[in-house]
Design a protein around this ligand. Sequence first.
Ligand SMILES: [Fe+2]
Length: 199
Amino acid sequence: MSARDLWPAVLAHLRGCDAPAAEFLDGLPREPQERPAPPPADGFARPVPNELDRLADTAPAETRALCAAIAAEAARLSWRSSYTTADVGAFATGYAWAPIAAPDGPLVIPSGLVCIMHIGPRLHYPPHRHEPEELYAVLAGNAVFSSDRSPRTRLGPGALRHHAPYETHSMDTDDSAALVLALWKGSYRKSEIVKTEAT
Ligand SMILES: [Fe+2]
């Protein structure tokens, strides 16, 4: 199995999601080319999350197929962090993300990003913002999502969270980890951490 084998499950999941997902789905090729993605920068590689099978087992029917596909593929994805501990504290090593599709692979799309994000329990992803429009689709577990434009909300499997360009947003987990499909539409630039807390 490869990212290519995971792709149909990603597209099928997005097709079953509510309105904002269609806009993100529209720009995604059905059969993207494969290309070896650049490795993480030195010091930013992260181990494969070790609880993906368990998370997949807890997922409801609507997200279970994609969770199971991710768990099956996880060892062949390139897990990484975007931050240092100086940037974001314990979150830097408590979460990991793996690219599925981006302009530089492993599946090639013209712009934006499709990735899988695993956030361990009891973590705080500090307020951050970025140019690309973002869609989070929660697949398993749950997290509390906060932003400067939307109410603070706990979201579980099947829920979507949309962030406009430069909308400052943050995320918190408690006793449960969270597995999230994350998409960026537009340019592909690293998030900027906002040093003051979002309201
Ligand atoms: Fe974001």
